[in-house]
Design a protein around this ligand. Sequence first.
Ligand SMILES: Cc1ncc(COP(=O)(O)O)c(C=O)c1O
Length: 359
Amino acid sequence: MSGTAAQGPRLRPTLDGIPTYKPGKPAGADAYKLSSNENPYEPLPGVLEAAVAAAGSFNRYPDMAVSELTEELAARFGVPAEHIATGTGSVGVAQSLILATAGPGDEVIFAWRSFEAYPIITQVAGATPVPVPLTATEDHDLDAMLAAITERTRLIFVCNPNNPTGNAIHRAELERFLDAVPADVLVVVDEAYIEFIRDAEVPNGIELYRDRPNVCVLRTFSKAYGLAGLRVGFAVAHEPVATALRKTAVPFGVSRLAQDAAVASLRAEDALLVRVEALVEERARVLAALTGQGWTVTDSQANFVWLRLGERTLDFAAACAAAGVIVRPFPGEGVRVTIGEPAGNDIFLATAESFRKAL
Ligand SMILES: Cc1ncc(COP(=O)(O)O)c(C=O)c1O
């Protein structure tokens, strides 16, 4: 037996830099889960029925071209169907984007802290993550991101609004940034939370991509649309980027359940957006209450709020858990709390108030 056989299969060393996924403690049945930015509402009736009907044929592979959903999205955004590429959640599409652009020796730039998958999917591809710290006001430091571009930069993520801070970038600032990025570097504007934006100065990425071949917009059905468990997201990108995405995606990744539920969600959009509006109102209530308690908060344009707690982060998360709400701690940095049902938000607010008084 050779030495290598005794040691087991050789794995790529780049994987050593990736944290092993540790499942969190499952939220107790009576706890409010405010840790994953999910929509707290049950599926709308038409959406549930579409998914249930699709379940009857899960012995068959889904439509690999995701035709109906693609056509529906293309019509909705006024873009060619060839510009739409779907995937297993927008994180699946983000991974395909990296596989399409970057490999060993290449660099991927993103703000930090931002969506925690960015460094992971970059390393999975063997490329090098280049995190650029947020400013003191928790905003993307777009000048520093421009300064971080090198010959090796292949892709830049811009998370608008940013997860977990909620801050959004305004139109003029983002346009200036996009105009300064070299044409051969792909900029991915990740708009996972766009439906929650109420600040009119924040641009819609679809407007920005139209005359910029190196801009791609990333969207998801997981957040406002409430389909997190079905795994469907999409990119709007020019060819050849969209074509490359179809090559690097996992074949048949988007199930028929997901495809049909997404189509039904788009058709039920009016009812859906009423629910989103209710969450936006809850967000305003929560932010006002936190400010009233003396916390400094960001102007979150997403379905979550951010408290920078530094060393007190884990204590705060533990206090929330003890009170019956599960929040998302980033140890040493802060806590992200999803806007959920009013009763859950109230428990969070009461915990925040007593925690603040005890400081
Ligand atoms: C900024 C951002 N992008 C993408 C995603 C991925 O969502 P999904 O893969 O469910 O579409 C998330 C989820 O938390 C996110 O916060």
